[in-house]
Design a protein around this ligand. Structure first.
Ligand code: TMP
Length: 218
């Protein structure tokens, strides 16, 4: 079989946009994703929503395995690699194909969660987490990341603390995660939009939508 010629990307091909939502427990990411998807669909655009870990058959199976009741909790390195495996499948099966069709992809958590939870929260080595993220994302990073910033105390008070082993982590752990997200946002201010998650949901949707609209503008 002959070697196929390199295919350069078609400049006329639609270019999708990739937006992720990040934040601690109870910050309201799923409510915002639903509202933002409705707004984007009104504009006639294909919208693909997904969540991490999950969004594929393998990813949902990994999610169930990870959050199944067990004692002891997963080893930190196992946890890191399970999130990464779920992400790799989601990127390959869902996110890249959707972007190639020109869709807007709205994803509830992505690789920044791994840096915030597994590096800042758990204390795993930053370069190791970055290397795993590079493999899992295949180099695909969001055009925009919206951080719904919330004091973990307020997140827990919202009653969404469903009880899996990560949600039951100490307040100190969740504080490190929050600080981690804020640091990541400060390091890359053009990619991140930080919103105060204590504000009324409609106000948050409005601010997020303004940024997404400008991203969608031709
Ligand atoms: P969620 O569906 O409530 O957002 O639950 C996912 C949980 O998994 C949440 O506690 C954050 C955690 N998580 C990580 O620790 N690392 C990751 O890379 C991802 C995607 C999630």
């Amino acid at each position: 079989m002959g070697r196929s010629a390199a295919v350069s990307p078609d400049p006329a091909a639609p270019r999708g946009r990739f937006v992720t939502l990040e934040g601690g427990e109870g910050a309201g990411k799923s409510t915002q994703i639903e509202a933002l998807a409705r707004l984007a669909e009104r504009g006639g655009r294909e919208v693909v929503t997904c969540r991490e870990p999950g969004g594929t058959a393998l990813g949902e199976a990994l999610r169930s395995a990870l959050f199944a009741e067990r004692d002891p909790a997963p080893a930190p390195a196992a946890e890191l690699l399970i999130f990464a495996a779920a992400r790799a499948q989601l990127v390959a099966d869902v996110i890249r194909p959707a972007l190639a069709r020109g869709a807007l992809v709205l994803c509830d958590r992505y690789a920044d969660s791994t840096l915030a939870y597994q590096h800042h929260g758990r204390g795993l080595d930053r370069e190791a987490v970055r290397a795993v993220n590079a493999v899992a994302t295949d180099g695909l990073w969001p055009d925009l990341t919206i951080l719904l910033d919330l004091d973990p105390k307020d997140g827990f008070a919202r009653g969404e603390r469903g009880g899996d082993y990560l949600e039951r982590e100490t307040l100190a752990f969740h504080r490190r995660v929050r600080d981690g997200f804020l640091r990541l946002a400060a390091d890359e201010p053009t990619r991140w939009l930080v919103l105060d998650a204590t504000k009324p949901p409609m106000q948050i949707t409005h601010a997020a939508w303004q940024r997404i609209e400008s991203l969608l503008a031709p």
